[in-house]
Write a protein that binds this ligand. Structure first.
Ligand SMILES: Cc1ncc(COP(=O)(O)O)c(C=O)c1O
Ligand SMILES: *[C@@H]1O[C@H](CO)[C@@H](O)[C@H](O)[C@H]1NC(C)=O
Ligand SMILES: *[C@@H]1O[C@H](CO)[C@@H](O)[C@H](O)[C@H]1NC(C)=O
Length: 460
C-alpha cells in the first residue's frame, strides 16, 4: 500500500516536473519549478552522511562473485551438509503443532519458551541467576544483537576499541551509530614453523594507551573469527581490569562459544570479578546449532544495559520469528538434558570439526601455505605468499593483494576464500595482505576437492 502511494507521488512529481519545465521556457515566475527540479535531479536520494563510506561489504561482493563463477566455496561460515536432526525435526513439528498461536507474533523481546531456556542455560554457565525477561534479548541473529548494542549504547564521538582482525560489521556499526572505532591489531609472535592462534596476541602497552575518557567500550570476540584464538584468562583479566579502571562496557561476541578444541577452554569475560555489570554477551543459534539461515541470536547481561538494546530492537525488528524461536528452544532443552554426555551437540560439534581442521591444515601446508591452527571456531587463516609467483595478481585491480589473490583464485582455480584485510581498519590492512581465510565446516568430500584443486594448481 505505502509502496504504491510512494510510486504515485513519484509519478505525479515527475509529471509536474515535465509540465513545469515546458512552462519555464515561457514564463520566468515559477517559484516552485526550481524546487521540484532540484528535488528530482539532485542528491535527495543519496546516502545520508552518516552512512557514507559504509557502503562496501566483503559479503555482498564475494557472494556475487561465487554466483558468477561457481567456485568450490570455502568463503562463508556455514556447513554445506545437513543441520542436526533434532533441531530440524523440532521445526517441522512446530510447523504442524496443534497450537495455532505458534505461527503468530510472539513477545517482542523474545519468545517466552526461548528466553526461559536461554536464561536457565547461561545461569548455569555463568553461575548467576538470570532474569529471562530482563536480562535476555532475542534478536535477528547475533548480527542484530551487535547492532542493537552499538546503536543503543553510542553517543556521537564515543570511542569503541576494536581488536583486529574483527568480524567486519563492527566497524560500520560503530560508525553509523556516530561512534569512533579505535583499532588494535593481534599480531603473530611467530610466522614460520607451526603457528597457532595462540601465537596471535595484542600488545598490552598499546591496548592500555587506547583507553581514555571518550572510550565507551571494547568489542571482544572469543573464540575469534577469523584467527580461531580462544582468549586466555590472563588476557581477559587484563582487558577486564582496563574496562573497570575506565568504567567502560565490554561487548563480548561469543558466537563460537561451543566450538573449542581440546585442551582449550572458552572463558566468558562476564564471569570475571565485577564484570557482569559491564558486559553484554552475544550468542547465535545459527552458530550454536549449525543453522545459520535461521538467523536467531541473543544478548544477555544486566537489565539496565539491555534496556538500551530493547529500545533499538522494539523500534526496528520488534519481534523475531515465532516457530524458529520455538524450535531453538526445543533444541536447547534437549541439549541441556545431556550436557555432560559426549553426544551433547555443544561437545560433539567440536569433535566432528577437529579432523576437518587437521585435514585442512595438512593440505594447506602441503601446497606451501602457512596455516594458523585455530584453537576454536571453524575458520583457518593461511599465509599464501610462498605461492605468489603462481598467481597473476596484475589481472585484478583491487588495492589489497589478498583481494586480488582471492578473486584470481575464484576465477582461475575455482576455489573461493575470503580476503582478511576486510577485517581490518584503514591503517592496518597491510598486516593481512599475505593471508586468506578458509572455512572448514564443509563435507569431507568438498575439503578433499579443495585439496585436489590446490595441489593440482600448485604443482603446475
Ligand atoms: C564473530 C561473529 N559474530 C557474529 C556473527 C553473526 O552471527 P548471526 O548469523 O547469528 O547473525 C558471525 C557470523 O559469521 C560471526 O562470525
Ligand atoms: C536427539 O535427541 C535425543 C534426546 O536427547 C537423543 O537421544 C538423540 O541422540 C538426538 N539425536 C541426534 C541425531 O543427536
Ligand atoms: C608470510 O610468509 C612468508 C614466508 O613464506 C614471510 O616472509 C612473510 O613475512 C609472512 N607474512 C606475514 C604477514 O607474516
Amino acid at each position: 500500500m505505502s509502496v504504491m502511494r510512494g510510486a504515485t507521488v513519484l509519478l505525479v512529481l515527475s509529471m509536474l516536473t515535465r509540465v513545469c519545465f515546458s512552462a519555464t521556457s515561457k514564463t520566468a515566475s515559477f517559484g516552485t519549478v526550481k524546487n521540484i527540479r532540484s528535488i528530482t535531479k539532485m542528491s535527495k536520494f543519496d546516502l545520508p552522511d552518516r552512512l557514507k563510506g559504509n557502503d562496501k561489504s566483503v559479503w555482498v561482493e564475494y557472494i556475487q562473485l561465487a554466483l558468477q563463477y561457481k567456485p568450490l566455496n570455502l568463503g562463508q561460515g556455514f556447513p554445506d551438509y545437513y543441520a542436526p536432526e533434532n533441531v530440524t525435526n523440532a521445526l517441522a513439528a512446530v510447523a504442524k503443532n496443534d497450537n495455532p498461536l505458534l505461527q503468530q507474533y510472539t513477545r517482542g523481546f523474545g519468545h517466552p519458551r526461548l528466553v526461559n531456556v536461554i536464561a536457565k542455560f547461561y545461569s548455569k554457565l555463568i553461575n548467576r541467576d538470570l532474569d529471562p525477561n530482563k536480562e535476555v534479548l532475542v534478536t535477528s541473529g547475533a548480527y542484530e544483537a551487535l547492532y542493537a548494542t552499538l546503536q543503543g549504547h553510542t553517543n556521537p564521538g564515543d570511542e569503541w576499541i576494536i581488536i583486529e582482525p574483527f568480524f567486519d560489521c563492527y566497524e560500520p556499526m560503530v560508525q553509523t551509530a556516530g561512534g569512533i572505532p579505535r583499532y588494535i591489531a593481534l599480531k603473530p609472535k611467530s610466522t614460520s614453523g607451526t603457528v597457532t592462534s595462540g601465537d596471535w596476541v595484542f600488545d598490552r602497552k598499546e591496548m592500555e594507551s587506547l583507553f581514555n575518557e571518550k572510550t565507551k567500550g571494547i568489542i571482544l570476540n572469543t573464540p575469534h573469527n577469523p584467527i580461531g584464538k580462544v582468549f586466555t584468562l590472563d588476557e581477559l583479566q587484563f582487558i577486564a581490569n582496563l574496562a573497570k579502571k575506565w568504567n567502560v562496557l565490554v561487548v563480548s561476541d561469543e558466537v563460537y562459544e561451543h566450538i573449542v578444541y581440546e585442551p582449550y577452554k572458552h572463558i566468558r569475560i562476564a564471569t570475571l570479578p565485577d564484570m557482569y555489570e559491564r558486559t553484554i554477551t552475544i550468542g547465535s543459534a545459527g552458530k550454536t546449532f549449525s543453522v545459520t539461515g535461521w538467523k536467531i541470536g541473543w544478548a544477555y547481561g544486566p537489565a539496565n544495559l539491555l534496556r538500551n538494546l530493547q529500545v533499538i530492537h522494539q523500534n526496528s525488528v520488534y519481534t523475531c520469528s515465532t516457530p524458529i524461536q520455538e524450535a531453538i528452544a526445543i533444541g536447547f532443552e534437549l541439549e541441556m538434558e545431556r550436557l555432560q554426555q559426549p553426544e551433547c551437540y555443544f561437545r560433539s560439534l567440536a569433535m566432528e570439526l577437529l579432523p576437518k581442521r587437521d585435514y585442512m591444515a595438512k593440505f594447506l601446508r602441503e601446497v606451501g601455505m602457512i596455516p594458523t591452527i585455530p584453537e576454536g571456531g571453524y575458520f583457518m587463516l593461511a599465509n599464501w605468499s610462498a605461492l605468489e609467483n603462481k598467481v597473476r595478481l596484475n589481472e585484478e585491480s583491487d588495492e589489497n593483494k589478498d583481494y586480488r589473490f582471492t578473486k584470481w583464485m575464484t576465477k582461475n582455480v575455482g576455489l573461493q576464500g575470503i580476503p582478511p584485510t576486510a577485517f581490518y581498519g584503514p591503517e592496518h590492512k597491510t598486516l593481512a595482505e599475505d593471508y586468506v581465510r578458509y572455512c572448514f565446516i564443509k563435507k569431507d568430500e568438498n575439503l578433499k576437492a579443495a585439496a585436489d584443486l590446490l595441489k593440482k594448481w600448485a604443482s603446475k
